[in-house]
Design a protein around this ligand. Structure first.
Ligand code: SF4
Length: 443
């Protein structure tokens, strides 16, 4: 690889694609690079090397990743590729022979050393550019907190376990230390992420570690409780519907964890769930939802579903619709099944024609938009705590406890010019639509 030594600190451009987990990887890489004396470049022109963190989950995401690599090559020419698509180095190299290096997901050392090779840093013993809590790509007032890597499930449509491996949990004390630093640095909301949050600690036998004079088990419930004690909002994402999820509901009632659960149910028909290799006790799920709501009436449940899975009949699909009608979920994302190379589901018989997938997708989205609109309308007249994300002139946007950043709705505020991002204020809700709320701060 050609190298060049620079008279000033070298600058790295970053294109980060994919899910919040990839964003956390990017943050980790940047934190290390900043510690090594690198600066970030906001554009291609000012960068000595461009790092593209790719997503390889769906074929469409791969295409988007390849386009991003192509753009970085055209605009800058010195490109290092990392992330999930890094597992397909030959595909990348074939299309872009000029790429300097390709590394896979979580290969932090390799990607950092590839950047060092491409643009060597001037070493200085006095360099200490990294704030205590590392560098963040999210706004200062919210942070993603990754608690584990990999997954022990083998859902038939998913290749994540083959890309990221089996579950590897972080130590609870290390997670809590990171979270505490983030809160001290101004984070108001901690978004707990992983591939499977409810499995946290299974691989390390829920081993306890000392934290502030007492033992904390590597277990979702214990970790959530301790995170809640740090004083920031705590939001749980990617919770697989295991029975022990019920144990975090009392923490929501106590106000330690946000009344919010992101549980990807993926389908409701027991037959489809079985062929997806997901737990197929959907009737119990309805019962559990009812119980959760009896303990925490304002709990917001977000979920995602796959429509047009191979073998999904009209009957299966109608079952899903009536299940959704009964479940009354607050937020629903639906995806049309797409074969991902390497996924077991590709070999299943009876693939659903594209037009039918499209039609089913539209029907799920229309139903969930109606349910969402009804649920949001019921909030008119209430006063909700809102975390402010942005202020512009006299208006502001923020999120209630029921809204995660990027994926859920927002609360649009009038007469809010006096607020700042990161403020948490009571807001009287005046109006709503299918996804968002509108209101005025009362403080
Ligand atoms: S639980 Fe999630 S990450 Fe794990 S195999 Fe299933 S879909 Fe993939």
């Amino acid at each position: 690889m050609e190298t060049r030594t620079l008279p000033r600190p070298p600058r790295v451009g970053l294109v980060s694609l994919g899910c919040p987990k990839a964003l956390v990887d990017s943050e980790r890489i940047i934190t290390k690079l900043r510690a090594d004396g690198y600066q970030m470049s906001p554009d291609y022109a000012g960068a000595d090397v461009v790092l593209v963190n790719t997503c390889g989950f769906l074929d469409s995401a791969k295409e988007e990743s390849l386009e991003a690599i192509g753009e970085a090559i055209a605009e800058n020419g010195r490109v290092v590729v990392t992330g999930c698509m890094g597992n397909e180095a030959e595909v990348i190299r074939q299309r872009f022979p000029d790429v300097l290096a390709v590394t896979g997901p979580q290969q932090y050392e390799e990607v950092v050393s590839a950047v060092h090779d491409a643009a060597p840093a001037a070493t200085s013993p006095y360099l200490d550019l990294v704030p205590e809590a590392g560098l963040k790509l999210t706004p200062r007032h919210y942070s993603y907190l990754k608690i584990s890597e990999g997954c022990n499930h083998r859902c038939s449509f998913c290749i994540i376990p083959s890309i990221r491996g089996d579950l590897v949990s972080r130590r609870p004390d290390a997670i809590l230390r990171e979270a505490e630093k983030l809160v001290e640095a101004g984070t108001k909301e901690l978004l707990v992420i992983s591939q499977d949050t409810s499995a946290y600690g299974v691989d390390i036998r829920h081993q306890s570690r000392m934290w502030k004079g007492h033992e904390v088990r590597a277990h979702m419930t214990d970790l959530a409780r301790e995170l809640g004690r740090l004083g920031a909002w705590v939001r749980l994402h990617y919770v697989y519907p295991y029975p022990h999820v019920d144990q975090v509901i009392p923490l929501m009632a106590e106000g330690l964890v946000l009344p919010y659960l992101d549980i990807p149910f993926q389908h409701a028909s027991p037959k489809v769930l079985r062929s997806m290799k997901r737990p197929a006790n959907e009737a119990k799920v309805l019962e559990r939802l009812k119980n959760w709501r009896s303990v925490v009436p304002d709990i917001a449940v977000r979920s995602s579903f796959v429509v047009g899975f191979p073998g999904e009949t009209d009957e299966d699909f109608e079952y899903l619709l009536s299940w959704l009608e009964e479940a009354q979920l607050d937020r629903v994302g639906a995806f049309k099944f797409e074969p991902v190379s390497g996924a077991a589901a590709n070999a299943l018989p009876d693939h659903v024609p594209q037009e039918l997938k499209q039609e089913r997708h539209e029907r799920v989205m229309a139903l969930s938009a109606r349910i969402s609109a009804e649920k949001l309308e019921a909030k008119i007249g209430k006063t909700l705590d809102v975390l402010i994300d942005a202020v512009e002139g006299e208006g502001a946007t923020g999120r209630s406890k029921a809204d995660a950043p990027e994926i859920d709705g927002e609360v649009h505020l009038r007469d809010a010019g006096h607020l700042s991002p990161g403020d948490i204020v009571p807001v009287r809700i005046e109006d709503s639509d299918e996804h968002d709320l509108f209101g005025v701060p009362t403080a």
